[in-house]
Design a protein around this ligand. Structure first.
Ligand code: SAM
Length: 385
C-alpha cells in the first residue's frame, strides 16, 4: 500500500496516540475490543482523528462529504428541513457538523425561503471542529451566527428537525467473526509494540446481536462484519427526546439483508487517508478516518423500539430530486458556463448512481408528523428495510 508519508510533526502526533492506545491495552490486561480502539483513534480528547488537529474534510484533507462538494446539497436539504419545522417547531439540531459548511449554507437557504429556525443547535464531540464550525458560519453567514448554539449533550426534550450527514458511519463499531462453533469479537493487542488483531469469545450485547444475525442469515464460517451498537443507541435516545419532529439522517449503507449478505464476508470497515481508501485501521492512528457503512434496518428497529415512526427511506439521488435539486441548479443560468458547469458537475456527483446517488441513503424517523415528507414523495424504499 503506497500511502503518502506524514510530516515529522504529524508522525509524532500519531505516535503519541499510538502510545495512549497501547497504554490502555496494557491497563486492560492486554486486549481491548476494536470498538474501543476506534473510539480512541477517532475521539481520544485532543489526540483522535476528529478531536485533534487533522485537516479531515475537503481537497486538503482525507475525504470529501456532500456539503463540501457543493452548496447545492444543503440548499436542497433545506426544503426538507423547512417542511419538518413547519410541521413541528422552528428549531434545528445538527449533529456532527464537520466543518460547519452545511450549517452555513442551510441557514442562508432557509433565510431565502423565509423559513429560518429560531435556534440552530450544533452537537459536536470535537472541540477543534466546534471552533472551525464557528469560524465557517461567521465567514459565510455572519448575520446568522447569533442563532447558532453549541450544545454539550443531547437535550432533554426537543421539537423540530434533527439533521446529520455522515454521522452514524463515524460511530465506533464492534467487529465480529462468526465461526462454526463460536462467535468471536475481534479486538486489538500489542506485540513488540505494534497493534495486532486478537479474537475473543463475544459477550453481552455484541454476542446477543451477533447470534440474532446468525439465526437470520447465512454467515459462512470465518464471516466477519461490524455491529454498530452506538448508532442504534443514539437513535433510540431521540425516541425519548423528540416530542414532535423528525430526524433526517444521510449516510452510506444498506438494509440489513444487503449489509450481512453472504458475499460481503469481510464487512464494510474502511479507512481514508489523503483521498485514498484502504482497509488498515492500525495505520497512523489519529491521522486517518475509520468508518463503517450503516445497517439502516438496525436504525429503524432501534427507533421503532423507542417510539419513533419511519417517515421515509430512499437513495440520496431520489431525496435530492424530490427536494427540488433541478430547480435549485436552475437558479444558475445555463448560458453562463463558467458558473453553470461546476454546479452541474457537482449535482451529477451528488445524484449519479456511479458516485454518491445510490450508495448514500436518507432515512427519516419521527414523531407526531402525519404528512408525507417531501424528500420521500417518490421512490420511497421503506419496504426494503
Ligand atoms: C464524517 S464526519 C461528517 C461531518 C459533516 N456532517 C459533513 O458531512 O461534512 C462525522 C462528524 O460527526 C462527529 N461526531 C461523531 N460522533 C458524534 C456524536 N456522538 N455526537 C456528536 N458528533 C459526533 C464528528 O466529530 C464529525 O464532525
Amino acid at each position: 500500500m503506497a500511502l503518502p508519508k506524514p510530516s515529522p510533526d504529524a508522525q509524532a502526533y500519531s505516535d503519541a496516540l499510538k502510545q495512549r492506545i497501547g497504554d490502555e491495552i496494557e491497563a486492560a490486561g492486554g486486549w481491548i475490543g476494536f470498538v474501543r480502539f476506534m473510539e480512541l483513534a477517532l475521539y481520544a480528547p485532543g489526540m483522535g482523528y476528529y478531536s485533534g488537529g487533522a485537516h479531515k474534510f475537503g481537497a486538503a484533507g482525507d475525504f470529501v462529504t456532500a456539503p463540501e462538494i457543493s452548496s447545492l446539497f444543503s440548499q436542497t436539504l433545506a426544503a426538507q428541513a423547512a417542511q419538518v419545522m413547519a410541521l413541528s417547531a422552528p428549531q434545528i439540531i445538527e449533529v456532527g457538523a464537520g466543518s460547519g459548511r452545511l450549517a452555513a449554507d442551510l441557514l442562508l437557504e432557509l433565510e431565502l425561503r423565509g423559513a429560518l429556525p429560531e435556534r440552530y443547535g450544533i452537537l459536536e464531540l470535537s472541540g477543534e471542529l466546534r471552533e472551525r464550525q464557528r469560524a465557517s458560519i461567521a465567514q459565510r453567514a455572519p448575520h446568522l451566527l447569533a442563532r447558532v448554539d453549541w450544545l454539550n449533550r443531547l437535550p432533554e426534550h426537543f421539537d423540530g428537525a434533527v439533521l446529520a450527514n455522515e454521522l452514524l458511519d463515524a460511530m465506533p463499531v464492534s467487529l465480529v467473526v462468526w465461526n462454526d462453533a463460536m462467535i468471536h469479537e475481534r479486538g486489538v493487542s500489542l506485540e513488540n509494540g505494534e497493534f495486532v488483531w486478537r479474537d475473543r469469545p463475544a459477550q453481552g450485547r455484541v454476542l446477543e446481536r451477533a447470534q440474532a444475525l446468525a439465526d437470520e442469515y447465512v454467515l459462512p464460517a470465518g464471516y466477519s462484519s461490524e455491529i454498530n451498537l452506538a448508532a442504534a443507541d443514539w437513535t433510540a435516545a431521540w425516541g425519548r427526546i423528540l416530542g414532535r419532529g423528525a430526524l433526517v439522517l444521510i449516510d452510506y449503507g444498506f438494509p440489513r439483508h444487503e449489509y450481512y449478505h453472504e458475499q460481503r464476508n469481510t464487512g464494510t470497515l474502511m479507512c481514508h487517508y489523503r483521498h485514498q481508501a484502504h482497509g488498515e485501521p492500525f495505520y497512523l492512528p489519529g491521522l486517518q478516518d475509520i468508518t463503517a457503512h450503516v445497517d439502516f434496518t438496525a436504525i429503524v428497529e432501534a427507533g421503532f423500539d423507542a417510539g419513533l415512526e419511519l417517515l421515509g427511506y430512499t437513495t440520496q439521488a431520489s431525496f435530492l430530486l424530490n427536494c427540488g435539486l433541478p430547480e435549485i441548479l436552475g437558479r444558475t443560468p445555463a448560458d453562463d458556463p463558467k458558473r453553470y458547469l461546476p454546479q452541474a458537475r457537482a449535482a451529477q456527483k451528488l445524484i449519479s448512481p456511479a458516485e454518491m446517488g445510490d450508495l448514500f441513503k436518507v432515512i427519516a424517523l419521527g414523531k407526531g408528523i402525519d404528512a408525507t415528507l417531501v424528500g420521500f414523495a417518490e421512490n420511497d424504499r421503506s419496504e426494503t428495510l
